[in-house]
Design a protein around this ligand. Structure first.
Ligand SMILES: Nc1nc2c(ncn2[C@@H]2O[C@H](COP(=O)(O)OP(=O)(O)OP(=O)(O)O)[C@@H](O)[C@H]2O)c(=O)[nH]1
Ligand SMILES: [Mg+2]
Ligand SMILES: [Zn+2]
Length: 334
């Protein structure tokens, strides 16, 4: 049995807690809306969700001011980056509608539910570092999710100041491989100059999200790119060189030149149970020229003779580690 599978009793408890929570939220939203009658809510206007706190959100209006808001109960799963219609109010406003999304990055949580991570982004910046050490399979999972959501992904190798060409030969080889596949790669550091101006130029043209393991320096990068912001930055725990999940909720920032950036909490793993094997396969972009050329139409790319993908691996057209990573993801979604 999967370690993530939960017992019926656990699920029942979780559902009960959630029902109680949403009932409470509904009451609060009703309270906030009833003040409408007393003329305490301002007129409907557009806004963008800049952060999310349980049942409440921070919404930024067109004037750039932010306000804590309740959400009308018929609106599901709002997330940072969502464009909304809302009414300002005291002490809280109310979100009354969500506008259609251009894109949605989501991932399954531990309870087999899909959880939105960020809406309306057009660039996913996968931040990696020599410490905590980057894992190819986690990168591949992000890439598959990005390709599936039609959001352009790129790699940002941070903490360049810590790079040691000898010790980090494997890491450097790995990032080269992603560059060869065609993904953009920027190397940067928050501790010394270099890389950040190229990154800033790129970010000015996009609505981006920083994703990646905890401790790779996503929030530190935000602080550097946007002097004046002071997002919390956490030290790595000495024993494990691991991050401590300092950022707990995604937050959206604006660049003076026009781009926006969402800093998101670090994650340890990125499940892809919501995707089928074909979708995972297409998420490996360099496999695409070989798809459909296997001897058997229903080839699973395992042991079948005449598998075009495995031949491509043997010919050196597909890197064996990417193929192994693909197989690992396929095993995990079965
Ligand atoms: N040497 C070095 N350390 C860095 C660099 N960038 C960030 N750090 C350090 O890495 C640690 C973690 O940084 P954070 O910015 O909190 O990392 P994060 O990715 O936001 O982590 P979560 O919010 O937990 O997901 C801090 O101690 C930073 O000072 C860098 O370029 N070089
Ligand atoms: Mg952070
Ligand atoms: Zn095949």
């Amino acid at each position: 049995m999967s370690k993530r599978r939960i017992s019926r009793q656990q699920r029942w408890r979780i559902e009960k807690i959630q029902a109680e929570r949403s009932a409470r939220a509904q009451r609060r939203a009703d309270d906030a809306e009833s003040s409408l009658n007393e003329g305490e809510l301002g007129p409907e206007q557009t806004g963008i969700v800049v952060s999310h706190f349980g049942q409440q959100l921070d919404v930024e209006g067109r004037d750039g001011e932010q306000q804590r808001c309740h959400v009308r109960s018929n609106i599901d799963g709002l997330v940072t980056g969502d464009r909304v219609i809302w009414r300002p109010g005291k002490p809280t406003g109310v979100v009354v509608a969500r506008e259609p999304r251009q894109s949605l990055l989501q991932r399954p949580d531990n309870f087999n539910r899909l959880k939105p991570v960020a809406a309306n982004i057009d660039l996913i910046v996968i931040v990696i570092a020599p410490e905590p050490l980057a894992h190819a399979n986690l990168i591949d999972r992000y890439l598959v999710a990005a390709e599936h959501s039609d959001i352009t992904p790129m790699l940002l190798l941070n903490k360049a100041d810590l790079l040691d060409p000898e010790r980090d030969a494997t890491l450097l080889g790995m990032v080269e491989r992603y560059r060869d596949i065609g993904y953009r790669l920027i190397t940067a550091s928050c501790k010394e100059d270099g890389g950040l101006s190229e990154l800033k130029q790129l970010l000015d043209q996009h609505i981006s999200a920083f994703v990646g393991q905890s401790g790779v320096g996503k929030s530190s990068l935000v602080n550097h790119l946007l002097p004046g912001t002071d997002t919390r930055v956490g030290a790595l725990s000495e024993a494990h060189a691991k991050g401590r999940h300092t950022t707990t909720t995604a937050r959206l920032y604006h660049f003076p030149e026009g781009g926006s950036l969402i800093d998101s909490p670090g994650i340890r793993e990125f499940a892809l149970w919501n995707l089928g094997p074909e979708e995972v396969l297409h998420g490996f972009v360099e496999f695409r020229p070989f798809i459909g050329h296997c001897r058997f139409r229903d080839c699973k790319h395992e042991q079948e003779p005449g598998c075009a993908l495995r031949e491509a691996v043997e010919q050196g057209d597909i890197h064996p580690e990417r193929f192994a990573s693909y197989q690992q993801i396929i095993d995990s979604i079965r």
